[in-house]
Each structure stands twice: as structure tokens, then as C-alpha cells.
Design a protein. Structure first.
Length: 158
């Protein structure tokens, strides 16, 4: 079980703590894992997407992992020491979520904004842990992990 710390000022403390706990089985590490999560508007996410991925359009979530080759591996502080912050946490990466797209998708999919927001956070965390959805096999693996965390949060598909 690994401790996650989400630097996400927009999340109420109780929601953040619950989400951090639900993420604990996604990775194995000898240090707590830190993620920075921000919300942005449509223009900001479009600019990030264009600059970082060469795709000039609005998207729901973007992840910026700080480590490569960690999918399914134990994340050890002596191998990633340059990513340690002053509190001994390993910086896993940054996630940007487009609040407007999350609200639109919640309505489109017929579930709560809380479910959509948490799903996008979990999706972003998995990308920072090296998971992807380029192939059907990768997509199934990632979706299974997402749904496991969402079940722990009692935010299953409605």
C-alpha cells in the first residue's frame, strides 16, 4: 500500500483524503507519491494540448508524468531521488483538468460532476504511473484499474 498525496487546492479536504486512500493500491513505493492537480478553463487546456501534444483542441484531462518506465514497477526513492520534495515525497507528475469539459461530460454521460471529476483525476494518475490506452489491451487494463478505484470511492457508473 502506497501513500498518495494530491496537491489539489480545488478539492475539499475530505474528498482529497478519500481519493488519496482509494489510490493506495495503484502503485508500490518506498516513499509517498505526490501529484499536482489543477483545474483550467477550455482555452488553457487547448493551449496546453497544442503546445505539449501538437493537438490544437480542447480536451478533458492532460497528464505530465515526471518519471518514465515505472508502470507496474516498484517506485524507489533511491532511483528517483531527484524527484523527492523537502517532505520526502516523490513527485509523480502534474495533471490539468478542464472543469467545463468535466461538467459537460458528466451531463452527457448522465452522472454527477463529482464522479466525472474523480474519474478524470484517477485517469490522470494512471497516466502518471505509466498506463496508457493506445491499444485495446492497454485500454482494458487501464479501465479495470480506474473502475476499481471508482468502486472504492462509491462512484460507480450510475
Amino acid at each position: 500500500m502506497t501513500e498518495f498525496y494530491l496537491d489539489a487546492e480545488f478539492l475539499p479536504e475530505s474528498d482529497r483524503v478519500k481519493l488519496q486512500s482509494a489510490l493506495s493500491d495503484l502503485a508500490t513505493s518506498d516513499a509517498p507519491l505526490l501529484l499536482e492537480i489543477i483545474t483550467v478553463n477550455e482555452e488553457e487546456i487547448r493551449e496546453l494540448n497544442a503546445r505539449e501534444r501538437g493537438i490544437d483542441r480542447v480536451t478533458d484531462v492532460l497528464s505530465f508524468p515526471s518519471m518514465d518506465g515505472i508502470k507496474g514497477e516498484e517506485i524507489l526513492s533511491d532511483e528517483h531521488g531527484e524527484e523527492l520534495d523537502e517532505e520526502g515525497r516523490l513527485f509523480l507528475g502534474s495533471i490539468a483538468i478542464c472543469e467545463q469539459r468535466a461538467k459537460e461530460q458528466a451531463e452527457e454521460y448522465g452522472h454527477s460532476y463529482a464522479r466525472e471529476l474523480n474519474y478524470l483525476i484517477v485517469h490522470g494518475v494512471l497516466h502518471c504511473l505509466g498506463y496508457d490506452h493506445e491499444t485495446e489491451e492497454e485500454k482494458r487494463e487501464m479501465r479495470k484499474k480506474e473502475e476499481t478505484v471508482m468502486e472504492k470511492l462509491s462512484l460507480t457508473r450510475e
